[in-house]
Ligand binder design. Structure first.
Ligand code: GRF
Length: 233
């Protein structure tokens, strides 16, 4: 899926996969609703029936689907149902936003170049879970979030945009994760916008930004004091 920069195009159709709170999904749905993104969320899919994000999606008038995780033995069936829900919505881009299931290489391949994830760390550092706690434990001075294309390698696909935030003295997991999350809500809609406007394309298995191969992610630096809303910095 690639769009031509400058050409008039219908709203980019997004399927958003969640497992929990859904704040990234809501930020993207709000930007679509407010006309800040030339995109539309066609379906929100959750593997967790009680995910709070499902109610949020309904508040935005977005269709929801629950595909419950039934254990590893039923993985193939689970993934078929996920793919069916995505394809029925005619989504052009799949957004993983706090979706806590690891997808098989076959499913990832089906959406190659059309699936994004946001991970709460400065990838390639701190792949996997509990990133904020691990960053604090390691005594890091900086942390952040990364929007990346999804490949079969967990948290390993090409990174597109990162936010960098400071780790402050006295930070807890909660204060640090809130600071990172506030930047996720800036960078995730921005990457969707880059795709919707054709600035970001997937060519021969690689991202291209403004017509040039993107060898390293663009970094948005929030480490200077006063850049984030009060209480977050
Ligand atoms: C975010 O911190 C994201 O980085 C991670 O899961 C969290 C989802 O939060 N992948 P929310 O459900 O969007 O509020």
């Amino acid at each position: 899926m690639s769009r031509t920069p400058g050409a008039p195009t219908p709203p980019l159709r997004l399927a958003v996969l969640i497992s929990g709170r859904g704040s990234n999904m809501a930020t993207i749905a709000r930007a679509c609703r407010d006309g800040k993104l030339n995109a539309t969320v066609t379906v929100v899919i959750s593997d967790v029936p009680t995910a709070a994000g499902l109610d949020l999606a309904q508040e935005f008038g977005v269709k929801t689907r629950v595909v419950p995780w039934q254990g590893a033995a039923a993985r193939a069936e689970f993934e078929r149902a996920i793919a069916r829900a995505i394809d029925l919505s005619a989504a052009e881009l799949v957004i993983l936003a706090g979706f806590m299931r690891v997808l098989s290489p076959a499913l990832v391949e089906r959406y190659a170049g059309r699936m994004l994830n946001i991970h709460p760390s400065l990838l390639p550092k701190y792949r996997g879970l509990h990133t904020h706690a691990r960053v604090l434990e390691a005594g890091e001075r900086e942390h952040g979030a990364t929007v990346h294309f999804v490949t079969a390698e967990l948290d390993g696909g090409p990174a597109v945009l990162q936010s960098r935030v400071p780790v402050l003295p006295g930070d807890s997991e909660a204060t640090l994760s809130a600071r990172v999350q506030s930047t996720e809500h800036i960078i995730y809609p921005r990457v969707v916008d880059w795709i919707a406007t054709g600035r970001l394309q997937w060519q021969n298995g690689q991202p291209q930004l403004n017509g040039k191969p993107l060898d390293a992610p663009v970094v948005e630096d929030f480490t200077a004091p006063g850049q984030l809303a009060s209480g977050q910095h």
